[in-house]
Every structure is written in C-alpha cells, then in structure tokens.
Design a protein. Structure first.
Length: 344
C-alpha cells in the first residue's frame, strides 16, 4: 500500500466555550416554573380537599423578623464553616441532601398517588396501638424516592447527574415553600433585603477577606471532587465539552416565599389573576433571572442572583401597589391563619 493510503489527517481548532446557550433559557423556565409550583403547594390549604394541605399547624413555620435576621446570620456562619472545613463536611452535606430529598419525594408521592389512584390507599401495615398505618401508596412512594436518591448517588460523578439532582432539588424546594410561610409584606421585605446584601457580600466582597469567592468555592465543592448538591444544574446544549449552567437553591426559595405570600394574599382577597400580585411577581422573577444571566455573559463573572431578583420581584410589586393605590393595604395585610385539615 502506498503511504498516501495510510495517512491520517488531523485538524485542530481553538475551543472557546459559548457565551450564551439555550440552557440559560431552559434554566430560567425551570426555575420560574418551580417558584410557581411551590406557591401553589404553599397555598394548598386554601383549596378544598387538597392532598398537599398541611394536616397539623406544626407542619407550618411562620417566619418572624427575628428569624429573618437569623437566616442571614446563620447562613453566613454556615458558609464560613463550610469554607474552612469543606473536605471534612462534604459527605455530611451529601447525606443531608439525600435524607431531605428522600423525605420530600416520599411525602409528595404518598399524598398524590392515593389521590389519583384511590385503590392504592389501602393499608398494608396496620399497628393501631402505636398509631402506625402504612398504605400501599406510601410503600410505592418510598421505593420511588429511594430509587431516585440512589440514582443520584450512583451517577453524581457522571454527566447524567443533573437530571437526578434537579428532580431531588425540586422536591426539597417545594417542601420548603410548603413549610415556611411569610405572614406579612413587612417580614418579606426584611428577609429579602437582608438576603439581598448577604448575596452581594459573599459574591463580591468575600474575596477581599478570604482570598476566594467563598460562595462559589463552596458551591463547586472546592478541591473535594464533589460539587455541593445545593444547585439546579442544566447542561449546555451546544457545548461538546459538557459545561453546565447553575442556579443556587436560595435564588429560588427566597423569592419563592414572597411569591407564595402574594398568591395567598390574592386568593384571600378574591382577586382575579390580572388584578393580583402573583402573576406580576412571577413575570418579575423570570425577568430578574434573565437579567442576572445576561450580566454573567457580558461580564464573564458569577453574579449574586438576588441582586437582580429582589428588585424585580419585591421592587416591582411595591411599584405596582403604589400605582394601584393599594400599598397600605398590601403592607398592612397579615395572613397568619392556616386551615387545619386534620380529620376528626
């Protein structure tokens, strides 16, 4: 054979990661949908016979002004602690994520499955003296939750981990919006204002004190080889080397608490969607998230998402309330009662 037939042609091109990708759009849609679904779950007690409504008052924790300050303080201390001892605590964080996501998935599954399929609501284990009754739906929900958590553990070092992590994270975020409630706009304003400055400090200012961006360092797992399961992850669609787009859980649950409150306010005020505050807040959330991702692309630097999300949700709602002449009503309204759906 001639040398020409055995020759191999090699072509080399310079790789540059795409500045903008369709994955950003998918992440915005996913996060906005999660906030809206979480708000619907949070207001389940206002819907007749909802399987997701809290059955006991102890299932709901109403945030106070002191708790809002604690969110900021404890969050900062926890971030510093993780930054300093990340290699010792990474497995602990993974364990907490697995336990919380298993519990959330099992709860939602055991509530929804018998509601859709009543035949699966029959008990398979009954121990009345101890108050233990396990339904067939409970077993199915726990098996499904166990399979998804196990799948995440098995695939977490592979390119397929994002779908498991996003599903587990979505269940935890919806459970948080169901459990935590804001009783008034005053508390919502205190909480979001504090977390607004919290996010700015730990993204922009922390390198001056710790020589690194503490929040990004912790989220990416530092040098542990593990990324913290505190993020939504969406793979870049057009990147052959498999880069990802991220969004922290706090950037969903914190605005989500405000939006859940606004939906409750609209429902109790019997407002139609176009006259309420829920829909404008959802639109504002999507716009703020899009703005934060646009700045990331332009500046080529991670951004504190709450820097954009707080003005686009809380700020937009205040402007709308002023325009409608309803600011005093919105500010002074206090929604602290929750229906107890416990059966007699």
């Amino acid at each position: 054979e001639s040398p020409k037939q055995n020759s191999v042609r090699v072509s080399i091109s310079h790789y540059e990661p795409l500045e903008c990708d369709l994955s950003e759009v998918l992440l915005i849609c996913f996060a906005t949908s999660l906030v809206a679904v979480g708000a619907l779950v949070s207001t389940a007690d206002l819907r007749h016979n909802s399987p997701l409504a809290p059955r006991h008052e102890e299932e709901v924790l109403e945030l106070s002004q002191g708790m809002a300050w604690c969110f900021c303080l404890v969050g900062s201390l926890l971030l510093i602690f993780l930054y300093c001892f990340l290699k010792y605590l990474v497995n602990f964080v993974i364990g907490i994520f697995c336990i919380s996501s298993f519990g959330s998935l099992a709860f939602f599954g055991s509530a929804i499955i018998p509601y859709i399929f009543p035949r699966l609501g029959q008990p398979v284990v009954s121990w009345p003296t101890c108050g233990v009754i396990v339904l067939l739906a409970d077993l199915l929900a726990m098996l499904l939750a166990l399979a998804l958590v196990g799948g995440w553990l098995f695939f977490r070092q592979t390119p397929y981990t994002w779908c498991f992590q996003d599903l587990l994270g979505a269940s935890v975020l919806c459970m948080m919006q169901r459990t935590l409630k804001l009783p008034s706009m005053k508390i919502a304003t205190v909480l979001l204002t504090l977390m607004f400055f919290y996010d700015i400090f730990w993204v922009f200012m922390s390198p001056y004190f710790f020589q690194k961006n503490v929040m990004i360092h912790v989220a990416m797992g530092g040098s542990t080889g593990e990324s913290m399961p505190m993020l939504l992850r969406v793979p870049a669609i057009l990147d052959p080397f498999g880069s990802e787009r991220f969004l922290g859980f706090g950037d969903i649950v914190l605005p989500g608490l405000l939006i859940s409150y606004l939906l409750r306010h609209d429902m109790l005020s019997r407002r139609v969607m176009r006259d309420g505050y829920f829909l404008p807040a959802i639109v504002g959330y999507a716009a703020g998230l899009a703005a934060s991702m646009l700045v990331v692309v332009l500046m080529k630097h991670g951004q504190p998402a709450l820097l954009y999300l707080v003005p686009s949700t809380l700020g937009a709602v205040f402007i709308l309330a002023f325009k409608r002449g309803e600011f005093t009503i919105l500010w002074t309204s206090v929604h602290t009662e929750h229906k107890d759906t416990k059966s007699d």
